[in-house]
Design a protein around this ligand. Structure first.
Ligand code: FE
Length: 212
């Protein structure tokens, strides 16, 4: 459907939901489920979190992997339209296997679409949050799959020093860690969760609050 112009909350909400819907045939890497199912499950875990989390965090959970499966043409279109922060996404986004830095691509794309800073930062940090959690939560590493333990090594291993301090100084550190755990858990085959239309009003509210 293409990047909406003008970017009203209703149009942007419908647009990002159409991107997730279109990923129904895209497998979630390493799991017998689609990117759509994984996104919906992650969002569902956020909405049913105890203690409850705000709607920005819920929306970040739903959209955390959007940089992984948004068509390159859409990323380019956002870039061409001159939206801030999206200009340099072209080359990395065109890599075919497991786009490098999908968390950064997603965060920039969402900022360009008018999502709040918090949503973008939560999306951007969901890969690094694994490295942070491994550093501070001894039980967390044991919960990772073998593939995830292996990739941790390539990702730089558990965070330490200044990088770790910077991560925990974020006012959103706690929600970043929560999102990571929902992401890890959102791999349950055939789990019934609320579908995409239920997200439209929530996304619209988050965009509306940021617009005023
Ligand atoms: Fe994910």
């Amino acid at each position: 459907m293409g990047v909406p112009n003008p970017r009203s909350p209703a149009a942007v909400a419908a647009y990002v939901l159409s991107i997730i819907e279109a990923a129904a045939d895209t497998p979630y890497i390493g799991e017998p489920m689609s990117q759509t199912e994984h996104s919906l499950q992650c969002g569902f875990l956020a909405t049913s979190s105890s203690p409850p989390v705000d709607e920005q965090t819920q929306v970040a959970a739903l959209l955390h992997d959007i940089g992984q499966f948004t068509p390159v043409a859409d990323l380019r279109e956002a870039s061409r339209a001159g939206f801030t922060g999206v200009q340099n996404m072209g080359s990395s986004a065109s890599e075919s296997v497991g786009r490098h830095g999908h968390e950064v691509i997603g965060a920039r794309f969402l900022l360009a679409l008018g999502f709040p800073e918090k949503v973008a930062r939560l999306v951007e940090s969901h890969v690094a949050a694994k490295r942070y959690l491994c550093a501070v939560d001894p039980g967390y590493h044991a919960t990772l799959s073998d593939a995830s333990k292996k990739s941790l090594v390539y990702q730089g291993g558990p965070m330490q020093g200044a990088e770790k301090e910077a991560f925990e100084s974020s006012p959103w550190c706690e929600d970043m860690c929560r999102l990571r755990k929902w992401d890890d858990a959102a791999k349950i085959v055939d789990l019934e969760v609320p579908q995409l239309p239920s997200w439209k009003p929530i996304i619209e509210r988050v965009l509306q609050e940021n617009a005023v």
